[in-house]
Design a protein around this ligand. Sequence first.
Ligand SMILES: Cc1cc2nc3c(=O)[nH]c(=O)nc-3n(C[C@H](O)[C@H](O)[C@H](O)COP(=O)(O)O)c2cc1C
Length: 202
Amino acid sequence: MTSKVLLINSSILGDNGQSRALAEHFKARASARDGLSLLERDVVAEPLPHLDGTEVASWMVAEEARDSQQHDLAARSESLVDELLAYDVLVLAVPLYNLGIPSQLKAWFDRVLRAGKTFRYTENGPKGLVEGKRAVVLAARGGQYAGTELDSQTPHLRHMLGLMGITEVDFVYAEGLNMGEGRRDAALREARQAIDSLVETL
Ligand SMILES: Cc1cc2nc3c(=O)[nH]c(=O)nc-3n(C[C@H](O)[C@H](O)[C@H](O)COP(=O)(O)O)c2cc1C
């Protein structure tokens, strides 16, 4: 079976980013698998601006009625939606910053969470339109939060993906990265092992 993987990096720490290191490990493993192809996007190196009302308004205008500014603003989001739809597996390398996701990654979600394109409103609430895809989250964290109520990042990501219909989501956590060398090394080792197992399932 062939799978196309879209990998999104969002660390602000460049080559020192631990989520990026996990993403690199994922890439190395994926490249050893036949039939897996991978496209990488870095939302920090190529940042999207905050979503604003002018851009949202451009989405509401029929394509043929858009002026050139509205056309450019709508295209920003639509090209990212098209990119997402063209891939089978979404891999998000996600740092924990101030108990949440990087604002650059939020700006990406703000472009791909599009009513009428990736989900639609129904009488029973929103329904996802992105079918047959799965996601993998590679989460790098200075502290230890998974499974506690302080981990608001996990449900936030799960719900944003779920809104689009991506409900098959695997999380790989590397936690306690700022809690001493021994703990960091063990967390990274375990995360790499979890990635190895996951890649085998793609
Ligand atoms: C601006 C900033 C905010 C952070 N906030 C938190 C936090 O709220 N909780 C935590 O456990 N670690 C926090 N950390 C530590 C990061 O989670 C840790 O450095 C992790 O490796 C980040 O992923 P990255 O290395 O891929 O950028 C923060 C780091 C930075 C730079």
